[in-house]
Design a protein around this ligand. Structure first.
Ligand code: ATP
Ligand code: LTN
Length: 330
């Protein structure tokens, strides 16, 4: 039997090569023929930090357009907005009661993001966000959750919650999910500081999917590289070159070893040019597909159909949970 797959991205900031390689490209690999893949836009999660309404709206539309441009097929996959399936909020509220303050305070993403804020203005939603994320996953009985490395801890919290609740009520209320992190590309680094993750909230050194090709090429050509001259994968001593090799191999669909072989005896400059060529060809292709999707006007229909498919399963789960924990249902 095929596994149930679920994942999502929050519509904050612009999508970058990290979001594509670490997340979206894997969603495409995992999509199945038989209505067992759920890929959504975590728009409620986008509210965990202040965001301009117009920006949120546009990011959401863009994210759907890029999902489709990258090859997600709405015939096979339920593509939907988290805020259009009320079961997410409902299960999130229920799950809050089973999560512990201690474990939530240990979430590294919460620690990193709250450290950048004034202590008095840290939203409760930022703190409880991994609980809502657990609801996102458990609602669909997802077994496999493809994500980048930074989300692994959240999926593990989801596992803990599912096991805790199943044990408390002595029944299999929830399917326990497994995070799936790709071997290569689960942590694309910033081009300006290859010791930091490429990230929407710290966009220095990002290549955005919407970048003008000339600008993208410039960013690659001026990417920080390392001492020495050999094009070799060595994360410790050559983080910049290793990151570029990762980007190159993921976009070309080859292994790191195969990529290294292509650049034996070549200088960094030649190597960077080859990376820039591959990145620009990729951007040109996805941007033209993105434009076609926007012009086709299909986004609202995709989201409407997706929400219907998703609600069917999600509502069943909420009913099952309510019954199991003693909430009155008729
Ligand atoms: P933020 O900076 O706001 O935390 P982000 O850039 O990390 O945002 P998310 O929306 O949190 O992006 O992530 C979307 C998906 O892309 C997640 O599965 C995440 O693990 C993955 N992802 C994000 N950044 C990278 C990266 N640099 N390399 C690989 N995967 C990434
Ligand atoms: N937290 C994720 C988005 C997300 C998600 C999920 C991913 C929300 N709910 C459920 C996988 C499964 C992020 O991209 N920052």
């Amino acid at each position: 039997m095929e596994h149930i797959i679920l994942s999502g991205i929050k519509p904050t900031g612009q999508l970058h090569l990290g979001s594509y390689i670490g997340a979206i490209s894997n969603f495409i690999k995992y999509q199945k023929e038989d209505d067992k893949t759920f890929i959504f836009i975590a728009d409620l999660h986008a509210l965990t930090l202040p965001i301009d309404p117009k920006e949120l709206y546009e990011n959401t539309r863009d994210l759907v357009a890029f999902y489709l441009a990258a090859g997600l097929d709405p015939e096979k996959v339920a593509i939907f907005l988290q805020s259009q399936v009320p079961a997410h909020s409902e299960l999130g509220i229920i799950l809050n009661n089973y999560a512990y303050m201690g474990e939530m305070s240990r979430m590294t993403q919460f620690k990193d993001k709250s450290a950048k804020l004034n202590e008095k203005s840290i939203g409760l939603g930022l703190f409880t966000y991994p609980v809502l994320m657990a609801a996102d996953i458990l609602l669909y009985n997802a077994e496999i959750v493809p994500v980048g490395e930074d989300q692994k801890q959240h999926v593990e919290l989801c596992r803990d919650l599912a096991i805790r609740i199943n044990n408390r009520y002595k029944q299999e209320i929830f399917v326990v999910p497994t995070p799936v992190i790709a071997k290569t590309g689960a942590r694309i680094m910033s081009l300006s500081d290859p010791t930091k993750k490429m990230s929407k909230s710290d966009p220095k050194g990002d290549i955005f999917l919407k970048d003008d090709l000339k600008i993208a090429r410039k960013k690659i050509m001026s990417a920080v590289t390392d001492l020495g001259s050999e094009v070799k994968y060595d994360k410790e001593n050559k983080p910049g070159i290793s990151n570029l090799l990762t980007i190159y191999s993921c976009l070309k669909g080859i292994t790191i070893e195969e990529a290294e072989k292509e650049f034996v005896n070549q200088r960094y400059g030649e190597f960077k040019k080859a990376v820039a060529d591959v990145v620009c060809a990729f951007l040109e292709d996805i941007q033209s597909k993105y434009t076609k999707v926007i012009e086709s006007g299909i986004i609202d229909k995709v989201l409407h159909d997706g929400a219907l498919k998703a609600s069917k399963i999600a509502d069943e789960t909420v009913e099952r949970v309510k019954k199991a924990i003693g909430l009155y249902s008729f």
